[in-house]
Design a protein around this ligand. Structure first.
Ligand code: PLP
Length: 418
């Protein structure tokens, strides 16, 4: 056991090399996948700690293992900070991911076969909102709502009509590729009309909500689920907030319903993130993320692209690239060659299949974390347009990549070694 305290580079040079190359990549590309971000050095330190060694099945003060006095403090801290930041009576910080958070709520509240209503995947909803290939769609009777064909904004009148027709037990709002604000107040009215529980899945926008750059679901949604690694800049994971009435069912849905031991190192990282997200600096960050998305969107629109829903009110821009004669896949692949990392996506009522898509989804959370602002957004917008105009010219794409790397070198990525 001589290698017990030896570093990764000596113990496993192969994995060590993978990590250092990924470190370089994260420094040298414009990370514009809207669900990605940079966790701080402090968060990374917490998740890389010995707390990973502790088994803590159960909840603070009620564990199935001994020796949990100290890690209980970490979980209590994370729960208290989550409740304070998002203004909810109860928090569960154990879900291993946003998907696990959603499944835990379903397990805690519903019986297999119950009717649930969620946003259609091709309108911007998430797999866990009832897609047939996902457990949610296999276990529950999901019915869906979408966006208006003209405005490409959620059609709340249609949502009400569909709800009246199917009387879901649970109404899920929240999306993964939707650039507009979610009207939680309106969704609650609709839920009340049919006696449904309202669940807000704020995975993408939780950081904007924490920073006051998107309206809060507090006071409207009975239950809120989230990922912790997207706009919140925390460790990869999930969490649930809810009114006190739902606390027991939610907790049981997580453990013993769908998880065993929680990851105490990740929970400590969530606690760190929740304190970082409760600062004036983070408020500024959240607002800049949204204003940056706006500037990017305007630049792209001026250059001849069509913005789904006509614009953005969040961190995310969904562009229809067909006006430039491209498909989403071709466009996103050309962007990657130039060092701009996004993902292709369907757009509402897409005529291309999901494996091709007519859109590219891009976001500003990670580049805003690097400190980039309005000037850089204009510059990046111009670079993206140049990529699209020259998508099949590898020489031009390589020259754009040099501009991208220069820009990246001027703005350090938090938590990523230089
Ligand atoms: C990202 C996302 C999730 C799932 O999060 P994971 O942490 O990837 O499991 C759930 N819902 C929505 C709306 C999301 O965008």
């Amino acid at each position: 056991m001589s290698s017990v305290n030896t570093g990764l580079q000596n113990v496993d040079p192969v994995v060590s090399d993978i990590i250092s190359r990924e470190n370089i990549r994260q420094n040298n590309v414009l990370e514009m996948i809207p669900s990605e971000n940079y966790a701080s050095t402090a968060v990374i330190e917490a998740i890389g700690s010995v707390l990973t060694n502790k088994y803590a099945e159960g909840y603070p003060g009620a564990r199935y293992y001994q020796g949990n006095g100290i890690v209980d403090e970490a979980e209590d801290l994370a729960r208290d900070r989550a409740k304070a930041l998002f203004n909810y009576a109860h928090a569960n910080v154990q879900p291993h991911s946003g998907t696990q958070a959603n499944m835990a709520v379903y397990l805690g509240l519903l019986k297999p076969g119950d009717t649930v209503m969620g946003m259609q995947l091709d309108a911007g909803g998430h797999l866990t909102h009832g897609h047939p290939v996902n457990a949610s769609g296999k276990l529950y009777n999901f019915v869906s709502y979408g966006v208006d064909r003209e405005s490409e904004i959620i059609d709340y009148d249609a949502m009400l009509e569909i709800a009246k027709l199917h009387r879901p037990k649970l109404l899920v709002v929240g999306a993964t590729a939707y650039p507009r604000k979610i009207d939680f107040a309106r969704a609650r009215e609709i839920a009340d009309e049919v006696d449904a529980t309202l669940m807000a899945d704020m995975a993408h926008i939780s950081g904007l909500i924490a920073g006051g750059a998107h309206p809060t679901p507090s006071g409207f949604a009975h239950i809120v689920t989230s990922s912790t690694h997207k706009t919140l800049r925390g460790p990869r994971g999930g969490m649930i907030l809810c009114d006190q009435d739902y606390a027991r069912r939610v907790d049981r849905g997580v453990f013993p319903g769908s998880q065993g031991g929680p990851m105490m190192n990740i929970i400590a990282g969530k606690a760190v993130m929740l304190s970082e997200a409760n600062t004036d600096q983070f408020k500024t960050y959240a607002h800049e993320t949204v204003s940056n998305a706006n500037i990017l969107a305007t630049t792209l629109e001026d250059g001849g692209l069509r913005l789904v829903s006509g614009g953005t009110e969040t961190h995310l821009v969904l562009v229809d690239v067909t006006p430039m004669g491209l498909t989403g896949k071709v466009a996103a692949e050309a962007l990657e060659v130039a060092g701009i990392v996004t993902n292709y996506n369907t757009i509402p009522f897409d005529s291309n299949p999901p494996t091709v898509g007519s859109g590219v989804r891009m976001g500003t959370p990670a580049i805003t974390s690097r400190g980039m602002g309005s000037n850089e957004m204009k510059q990046i917008g111009e670079l993206i347009l140049r990529v699209f105009e020259n998508y099949d010219d590898s020489q031009i794409l390589s020259s754009i990549r040099i501009d991208v790397e220069k820009l990246c070198s001027e703005f350090a990525a938090p938590g990523v070694e230089k």
